[in-house]
Design a protein. Structure first.
Length: 287
């Protein structure tokens, strides 16, 4: 049985978006509503706030081709060079909402979801390398975790409130998605699918919000493995470490307390050597 390690007890309201930065050999993650970007250094076992906004939430981020970070906040996309305190505007969308999960594709574009508002559902946008923004999918009830199959022919997309993960055909040349179909459709499963990643064996790992676990699915959609965590709201998952052999997971405390949300709610966790490797996430390359 793999052991679960609590490595950064930040008591995050909504911990999200863990992402390994191979240039720095550190893990980054965010507390969305607090607008805080954290970093964890496994060499020293220390964590710190790497950047904090002036109050805007950070929904997600990518690593740029040069190692900078691309932050997706409220309507805005901003470039941050690690160690600096100022960001630079890259793009903006015409919507009164914040971004949620984002992912870079193999050619440097970024797929970025937005949250529902009072009078509208969420959407999925694509930020192209020239800085232009295109609407890809409309009316999504909380767009969430995304990933690519190892052959790059399939794009996975989580719609949390529908309790589904969908698969699309992915055209790398244009960034176009087509042929939407269910990949995971298990409304009776415990918890709601949230963030996700795809491992080196082409299996999908899905964090389960209100389910207290992460689930590994085979390409057929069958459940292969589950790991329980001491937090009800497991929000996202990624692989990290020099060999991408460790599983990192974010959790959320929200407005609850640990008596109801779990002893580890809001902490960052690591499960070392889960028996399968991950792959580096693609980098964005936005002008």
């Amino acid at each position: 049985m793999a052991r679960t390690e609590r490595i950064a007890d930040t008591r995050a309201h909504t911990g999200e978006g863990p992402l390994w930065h191979p240039d720095e050999e550190r893990l980054y993650w965010v507390d969305i509503p607090a607008g805080r970007l954290f970093q964890y250094d496994p060499a020293t076992d220390e964590h710190a706030v790497a950047y904090e906004t002036d109050g805007a939430p950070i929904g997600g981020y990518t690593i740029e081709s040069d190692g900078a970070l691309l932050l997706f906040t409220r309507r805005r996309v901003e470039r941050l060079v690690p160690g600096e305190s100022e960001t630079h505007l890259v793009a903006e969308i015409d919507a009164e909402t914040r971004f949620n999960d984002v992912i870079a594709d193999p050619d440097g574009r970024v797929f970025c979801g937005t949250m529902p508002g009072e009078d509208h559902l969420g959407d999925l946008y694509r930020l192209d390398t020239d800085g232009s923004v295109s609407l890809v999918i409309e009316n999504v009830d909380i767009p969430n975790g995304m990933g690519f199959s190892s052959g790059l022919e399939t794009f996975y997309f989580t719609e949390s409130e529908a309790n589904r993960i969908f698969a699309f055909d992915y055209d790398r040349a244009t960034g176009t998605l087509s042929n939407k179909r269910p990949f995971i459709d298990r409304s009776t499963d415990e918890g709601i699918p949230d963030g996700m990643t795809v491992d080196a064996d082409d299996h999908v790992w899905s964090a389960r919000w209100n389910g207290g676990k992460v689930v590994r699915y085979a390409p057929s959609g069958e459940v292969v493995t589950e790991f329980d965590l001491p937090a009800r709201k497991v929000s996202s998952v990624t692989f990290g470490g020099p060999e991408y052999s460790d599983l990192y997971l974010t959790t959320a405390l929200t407005d609850g307390d640990r008596a109801t949300e779990g002893d580890g709610a809001g902490a960052l966790f690591r499960i070392p050597d889960v028996g399968v490797g991950g792959v580096p996430e693609f980098r964005s390359d936005i002008a």
